[in-house]
Design a protein around this ligand. Structure first.
Ligand code: GRF
Length: 198
């Protein structure tokens, strides 16, 4: 079976990145993370990558001079490593047009809600969970989806649900969902690698 080559973009702690690396290393997902790129020099995701001997790069509008130049370099780094799929694991920047056209239909993201609900501009991090609780929802979850030019918009690849309890805070809900994210994200990549998911 072909081992998918994955390039990851991450801005923060990278717990989803870690779950993907772990499943590729234990062989349950037939993929290999070949590069991790962050717009943020202090992202713990970069440290996680380096610890596993994975190329870890900081590329941003600041390092490259403009967002467009950053987009071009990210695209070049992915192409140079023969990346099959680009995975957004807590990446807080809009994807640029160079990357979108080079990896059309081959960029995926995870969002901590049941899209199409609670997605779109401004719906990231704790904002999502706060909005879910404020709306009185009884369930939330996580969605793995393909990325197109709009925030949280492309085709859904997988979804997992969790209960929202009356005494939940944004923090307790986030934690419950994150645990599920760590299962569903590698699992979805694994299904793409086997061809079970197209
Ligand atoms: C996750 O909640 C994910 O759904 C969202 O960003 C967060 C990233 O967390 N897109 P981590 O950096 O993987 O720990």
């Amino acid at each position: 079976m072909k081992r998918l080559k994955i390039g990851v973009l991450a801005s923060g702690g990278g717990s989803n990145l870690q779950s993907i690396i772990d499943r590729t290393l234990d062989g349950s997902v037939s993929a290999e993370v070949v590069v991790v790129i962050s717009n943020n020099t202090t992202a713990f995701a970069l440290e996680r990558a380096a610890k596993h001997g994975i190329d870890a790069l900081h590329i941003s509008a600041v390092s490259e001079g403009s967002q467009d130049a950053a987009d071009e370099r990210i695209t070049a780094e992915m192409i140079q490593r023969d990346v099959d799929y680009v995975v957004l694991a807590g990446y807080m920047k809009m994807i640029g047009t160079h990357l979108l056209s080079a990896f059309n239909g081959k960029i995926m993201n995870i969002h901590p809600a049941l899209l199409p609900k609670f997605g779109g501009k401004g719906m990231y991090g704790m904002n999502v969970h706060k909005a879910v609780i404020a709306a009185g929802e009884t369930e939330s979850g996580a969605t793995v989806h393909l990325v197109d030019g709009e925030y949280d918009h492309g085709r859904t690849l997988a979804q997992v649900k969790v209960d929202v309890f009356p005494d939940d805070t944004a923090e307790t809900l986030q934690k419950r969902i994150l645990e599920k994210e760590h299962l569903i994200f590698p699992e979805t990549i694994g299904k793409i690698a086997t061809g079970e998911l197209k």
